[in-house]
Write a protein that binds this ligand. Structure first.
Ligand code: MG
Length: 208
């Protein structure tokens, strides 16, 4: 079994960080919702999209090291590998932010994976981390690596017309933003994803 995992907002939990950094920069009051969407919407309502783009460049760059992994993600990767599965991290990520300081976002992502234990000995080999500057390259890599499953936080990505048909789509939706999404298997936590993929729950993937 080969499992592909998206990076931003699937492994990395930025929610608190966007809010904290936006408040620190005086962009939003601390009463704004703590999730990324609330911060983005608050800035967009005021026509401050550029402030959000700059904020995102920082958070996906040097700020990333303050962001935790989603609870259970590391454990699921470890158990998948122990069960003999291959695991890839496949991300659509430009090398530099669209605006603002030219942080190396690929370097920041690899550093985060290292610091959070995903690249520790016996864990992911560095060559299984595929950071693709273009969306179509991310879609292609999911097919090329032969992913049986792919976990992503964006339904629009999983439902893309060019998504490899042989790969089963798993939607990671920790905040329940996509409760109405009927066409995808939806998971609220990595614990649930682990149970599904490792055969501990209903509809176990490894039994099928
Ligand atoms: Mg994502």
């Amino acid at each position: 079994m080969i499992v592909g995992i998206d990076f931003d907002n699937t492994l990395v939990d930025y929610e608190g960080l966007f809010h904290r950094e936006a408040v620190r920069r005086g962009l939003v009051p601390s009463s704004t919702g703590r999730d990324k969407l609330s911060v983005r919407n608050a800035l967009r309502q005021d026509g401050r999209d550029e402030d959000f783009t700059l904020l995102q460049g920082y958070v996906y760059g040097p700020g990333i090291l303050e962001a935790p992994a989603y609870p259970g993600a590391l454990d699921v990767v470890e158990r998948l590998l122990a069960a003999g599965c291959s695991v890839y991290v496949i991300s659509h990520k430009t090398r530099r932010p669209y605006r603002g300081p030219a942080y190396d976002l690929h370097e920041a992502a690899r550093r985060w994976l290292e610091v959070r234990g995903f690249l520790a000995p016996g864990m992911l080999p560095p060559e299984n981390v595929l950071l693709e500057p273009a969306l179509d390259a991310k879609l292609r890599q999911i097919g090329t690596t032969g992913c049986s499953f792919f976990v992503d936080d964006l339904p629009e990505f999983l439902c893309h017309a060019d998504f490899p048909p042989a790969t089963e789509r798993l939607l990671f939706d920790p905040l329940g933003h996509h409760a109405g999404e009927q066409s995808l298997r939806r998971f609220a936590s990595w614990r649930e994803i682990g149970a599904f993929l490792l055969g501990e729950g209903d509809g176990a993937a490894r039994r099928s």
